[in-house]
Design a protein around this ligand. Structure first.
Ligand SMILES: Nc1nc2c(ncn2[C@@H]2O[C@H](COP(=O)(O)OP(=O)(O)OP(=O)(O)O)[C@@H](O)[C@H]2O)c(=O)[nH]1
Length: 429
């Protein structure tokens, strides 16, 4: 075997030496394997074009012609992919480069080929997965986004059309600030990202192009460059307005007394607990009123439960109208109500109590009777008043005193106010 032949065998790529007309003169082991021939012998004397897919034949011939031109001498052509049919009938994708050489004193061509079938399959799979990803990305309910370190939006997904009503290019290049109705939402988000590097289901609000404010939920993470410097944020946000509305409605149902529309016992006690803590830490007065409709049972007995309900609604409205907007009021149960006056002393609370009982006394209630006439009637209420003492250990202490005062007002004849803590001239503060 001469030197050239040895070299040919050593090449890791498939190599064929062909005459300028395309007749195979030599093939190395990799070439025999690529073309799935039984031996080199089985290939010798055969026409190279026989192995090229008909669709690629013209291109193959053109390239061979070009490489044979004197001005191309010694330079290989650019490698290009061809479909090759092997001796066993398999189709392979082969990356081929050729160069004009002299072989045993005569002009010839050296063809080098690399089997790319596997890579082509991977590329095809990649293309398909890219296609699937695109489809998913374009139709996803969530909005994908990425910002740089300054918060400028670099990329936003097409979901933004549906969620905010903008085209992606209208958002890209701008900071997200302009879409937040409350800058504190954006600040809270930034702080969370800075602290933890990521957030999940982070709540916030955004303004749509048509001005409507929507609730959103963001899941994002910080991006860092090669030096570990903060480089921006990437993540998704989604419109959760419907879910939030449902939650708000559930919250309303769970905290509202359905008959009167005011806070129910649980919600009132929660507010009272928060007010108690504030008053304690800030050393501000806090006064509690407990009201109970007098002889309410007799209204039910005389006019029926429905009229009793109506009387309760009228009573609740009268109480609410007699209060300032910031005062908390709730139905504690049956015909018993609580009013919480923050920053209010016992003396000031007493004035409110007098006003409330007057409002109740002047309520005009009535019920149509069977003879199409009407029964007019009035109601009164008893009221117990308590105020926060320095010695109170919990809200319960204050509630108990106001309750006892209410009991006392009932006991003393109803339609009146009884004071707990009257011994305190300035609420102890
Ligand atoms: N119509 C109506 N009645 C209610 C409701 N909740 C409680 N009641 C009734 O309110 C009545 C309260 O009666 P009592 O606790 O004896 O008190 P009262 O008749 O108001 O008498 P005093 O409180 O002692 O002045 C009971 O008959 C309850 O059934 C309600 O939502 N609607």
């Amino acid at each position: 075997m001469d030197h050239d032949q040895e070299l040919l065998q050593l090449l890791p790529a498939a190599a064929l030496v062909v005459t300028p007309e395309g007749v195979i003169l030599r093939a190395n082991a990799a070439g025999v394997a690529l073309l799935e021939a039984d031996s080199e012998q089985a290939l010798l004397g055969r026409i190279l074009g026989h192995f090229v897919h008909p669709m690629d034949k013209a291109r193959s011939s053109q390239r061979i012609e070009r490489v044979k031109q004197p001005d191309h001498a010694g330079r290989p052509n650019k490698s290009s992919e061809f479909r090759v049919r092997t001796d066993k009938g398999q189709l392979r994708m082969v990356l081929v480069a050729s160069v004009a050489i002299e072989w045993q004193g005569a002009p010839a061509l050296l063809m080098c080929g690399m089997d790319m079938t596997h890579q082509s399959e991977i590329q095809e799979q990649l293309r398909e997965s890219e296609h699937n990803f695109r489809r998913l990305f374009d139709n996803m309910q969530d909005v994908y986004y990425r910002t740089d370190a300054q918060g400028v939006v670099q990329h936003v997904g097409p979901g933004v059309r549906r969620v905010l009503g903008y085209e992606p290019h209208e958002i890209e290049g701008r900071t997200a600030e302009s879409y937040y109705p409350q800058s504190k939402d954006r600040d809270a988000f930034k702080a969370a990202i800075q602290e933890k590097g990521e957030v999940a289901d982070f709540p916030g609000q955004m303004v749509r192009r048509d001005g409507v404010v929507i609730d959103i939920s963001i899941s994002s993470h910080a991006l860092y460059d090669h030096q570990g410097q903060f480089a921006g944020v990437e993540g998704i946000y989604r419109d959760v307005t419907q879910r939030k509305n449902l939650e708000r409605e559930l919250q309303r149902l769970a905290t509202t007394d359905m008959l009167t529309g005011m806070a129910n016992r649980r919600a009132f006690l929660e507010t009272a607990e928060a007010a108690y803590q504030t008053a304690r830490t800030q050393h501000t007065p806090l006064t509690l009123l407990m009201l109970d409709v007098d002889h309410f049972k007799s209204i039910n007995d005389r006019f029926g439960h429905l009229e009793g309900d109506r009387a309760l609604v009228a009573f609740a409205r009268a109480v609410m109208e007699g209060l300032r907007p910031g005062d908390a009021v709730g139905r504690l149960g049956g015909e018993e109500f609580g009013v919480l006056l923050q920053g209010t002393t016992l003396a000031q609370g007493h004035e409110v109590a007098v006003r409330l009982l007057n409002c109740v006394r002047t309520l005009e209630l009535g019920v149509a009777d069977a003879g199409h006439g009407s029964h007019r009637y009035r109601i009164t209420a008893s009221l117990g008043l308590g105020t926060l003492r320095g010695s109170d250990r919990s809200l319960r202490d204050l509630l108990d005193r106001a309750d006892q005062a209410l009991y006392q007002a009932k006991h003393e004849g109803r339609d009146r106010i009884a004071l707990a803590d009257a011994d305190l001239d300035n609420q102890g503060y």
